[in-house]
Design a protein around this ligand. Structure first.
Ligand SMILES: Nc1nc2c(ncn2[C@@H]2O[C@H](COP(=O)(O)OP(=O)(O)O)[C@@H](O)[C@H]2O)c(=O)[nH]1
Ligand SMILES: [Mg+2]
Length: 393
């Protein structure tokens, strides 16, 4: 799973990326902290199950603080979007190439209204423009890809919409679009089964809906620490009621994580407070108090953690599952609850077995719930924070 941070220049993408990929604890064993220059590992936060089992886990990936488990997800800081990207202008091609690989987007906007359309300093800019602009650019991009093959597959699919969804999914295969998503959109729109009679407007609408379906997006209303942000956030929420818009302050999150890493404060990402661990100097005290007053107390947190959690658990519909046995919570090396995996909602016990190992899937007998010791069959639908052992032949 890959989440792309998108937006025009200077909205705080790199700050968000830096904050989200920074762990306040050393994770020495982590094998791929930096994948590529603009790729990194962020974390979603879930209530760890170790507390219920009255133990302390030792995660192989990610980390756990005060029984909050931080599970890794891949993040990408995408090159700043400029007008005309869908026609390949500016960093257009690189931008779109990056977007292709993402499963979901976090659209970072500057809710303070202090950056113009190109990311230059200004005043009273309406961030609603940025939402419209990015959506439009993405829709055009999908439309262009669709139009490239349209005549041929509209003709081919003259009678059956299954052919159409197959052909469209193939055309978009490089963008991680699958046939199920195309079918969902066709069902939702209910256009004529004969795609060859669709108007250009209908094709555009189809492209837009497919974009929304295959690249779900959350708006991170960044720079919420500015006094002007509140009214702009309300404006965006009013104008785009169908979008998920969440206030955040990437800058504040970065400062808090840095202070935590330096041992100055205790701060758990996503919390609405922190605790001083050392005597802070006046400058540190002032900066942290400002974050507390302008961000934590107003929005209940900096929003960075919440945005990632919303992207993974709400937009992409993932749940977490812990491999665990009722009798033994550790692996062969003695690590307790080393793994916590993200799985799609709707996955079954058998899916989980296959996810762990093909042999487990092929030789599946049953799963055992580590909490209740109850047996679960292959069709059992996984619940968030399930702890399961797979029993095989
Ligand atoms: N006040 C404030 N400034 C921010 C915030 N996030 C980023 N910035 C500042 O905005 C500027 C642009 O940030 P950057 O991350 O480089 O933006 P990018 O071009 O989108 O990657 C920098 O000066 C950041 O310090 C925030 O939440 N609040
Ligand atoms: Mg940047």
């Amino acid at each position: 799973m890959l989440i792309g941070l998108v937006g025009k220049p200077s909205v705080g993408k790199s700050t968000f990326f830096k904050a989200a990929t920074m762990a306040e604890v050393e994770i020495a064993s982590y094998p791929f902290t930096t994948i590529k220059a603009n790729h990194g590992v962020g974390y979603v936060k879930v209530e760890c199950i170790d507390k219920e089992f009255k133990t302390q886990c030792n995660p192989s990936y990610g980390f756990c603080i005060n029984h909050w488990r931080f599970v890794p997800v891949d993040l990408m800081d995408v090159a700043g979007l400029v007008p005309g990207a869908s026609e390949g202008k500016g960093l257009g091609n690189q931008f779109l190439d990056d977007l292709r690989q993402a499963d979901a987007f976090v659209h970072i906007v500057d809710s303070s209204g202090t950056t113009d359309v190109e990311g230059k300093p200004t005043k009273d800019y309406n961030p609603c423009e940025d939402i419209r602009f990015l959506e439009d650019e993405l829709n055009k991009w999908y439309f262009n890809i669709l139009m490239r093959g349209w005549r041929s597959f509209a003709r081919k699919a003259e009678h059956e919409d299954t052919n159409l969804s197959e052909a469209v999914a193939k055309q978009f295969s490089g963008l991680k679009v699958n046939e199920g998503q195309v079918k969902n959109v066709l069902r939702k729109l209910g256009f004529d089964k004969k795609a060859s009679v669709w108007s250009d407007e209908q094709i555009f609408e189809f492209a837009s809906e497919l974009r929304k379906e295959s690249k779900p997006m959350i708006i991170a209303a960044n720079k919420a620490d500015f006094p002007e942000a509140k009214k702009n956030i309300e404006k965006m929420q009013k104008e785009f009621p169908e979008l998920l818009i969440y206030p955040c302050s990437a800058d504040s999150e970065l400062a808090l994580r840095q202070a935590a890493k330096a041992g100055l404060i205790e701060y758990i990402p996503g919390e609405n407070d922190f605790k001083a661990l050392k005597e802070l100097n006046d400058k540190q005290k002032e900066a942290l108090e400002k974050i507390k007053k302008d961000v934590l107390e107003v929005y209940g947190g900096t929003g960075v953690q919440e945005v990632l959690n919303l992207a993974v658990f709400d937009l992409l519909d993932y749940i977490t599952v812990f491999p665990a046995s009722a009798n033994r919570l550790s692996d062969s090396k003695g690590n307790i609850l080393p793994d916590c995996f993200l799985m799609s909602k709707g996955s079954t016990a058998l899916d989980f077995a296959y996810f762990l190992h093909t042999d487990f899937g092929d030789n599946f007998i049953k799963a055992i719930d580590a909490r209740t010791k109850q047996a679960r069959g292959k069709d059992y639908e996984l619940k968030n924070r399930d702890a399961l052992e797979i029993i095989c032949r």
